[in-house]
Design a protein around this ligand. Structure first.
Ligand code: COA
Length: 159
């Protein structure tokens, strides 16, 4: 039976840090579903369709990766995808409290879905989508942190 994992997030936008986690996940699972959350409470810069399209473009070269949008409960979406594992990235100790809360709630909602944490490469531990958006909005160079398609999309947003 193939092992399917789900990697959820807002991906506003996807960065090299996220891609690094995806690469690590594909070494552990047969199939990884990148679940882009509609997540309107975060008031994203890129709308739902843009985030799905950009994430798909960035990860297009990997056959065992699939990008899908979702707007329901994560554990329900995971079940719909036949995934029994949720992947989350842990960058620093500061992520732990929030991640512990999410994982605990997800376990309460569905005890047979396990959350596992992967660490991105050291060079991405300080990266986040909002810091990339902020630097881009002030015309800083973000080309080391995001795929060229994301770079172009962010440049268009801020011109
Ligand atoms: N590299 C770079 N950045 C990373 C990263 C990595 N490896 N890992 C996390 N981040 C950053 C993200 O860029 C994001 O930064 P930002 O806040 O500056 O934009 C931040 O860490 C966390 O965001 P993300 O990983 O996208 O998660 P999220 O907290 O936005 O999303 C969901 C959380 C979508 C998984 C959660 O809200 C959810 O499951 N929603 C569905 C509804 C539901 O089931 N709710 C109950 C859950 S208990």
């Amino acid at each position: 039976m193939s092992k399917i994992a789900i990697y959820p997030g807002t991906f506003d936008p996807i960065t090299h840090g996220h891609s690094d986690i995806v690469r690590r996940a594909t070494q552990l699972f047969d199939h990884v579903v990148i679940a882009v959350s509609e997540n309107t409470h975060k008031n994203p810069v890129f709308d739902f369709d843009e985030r799905i399209a950009l994430t798909t473009e960035v990860l297009a070269n990997n056959d065992c990766v699939e990008v899908k949008g979702f707007s329901n409960l994560l554990v329900d979406f995971a079940r719909e995808q036949n995934a029994d594992t949720i992947i989350r990235g842990l960058r620093a100790v500061s992520d732990l409290e929030y991640e512990f809360q999410l994982a605990s709630m997800n376990r309460k909602l569905s005890s047979n879905i396990e959350t596992i944490f992967l660490m991105p490469d050291e060079q991405y531990t300080y990266l986040s989508s909002s810091i990339v958006r902020q630097v881009a909005s002030l015309k800083g160079d973000i080309s080391d942190f995001v795929h060229p398609s994301v770079f172009q999309a962010l440049t268009r947003k801020h011109n």
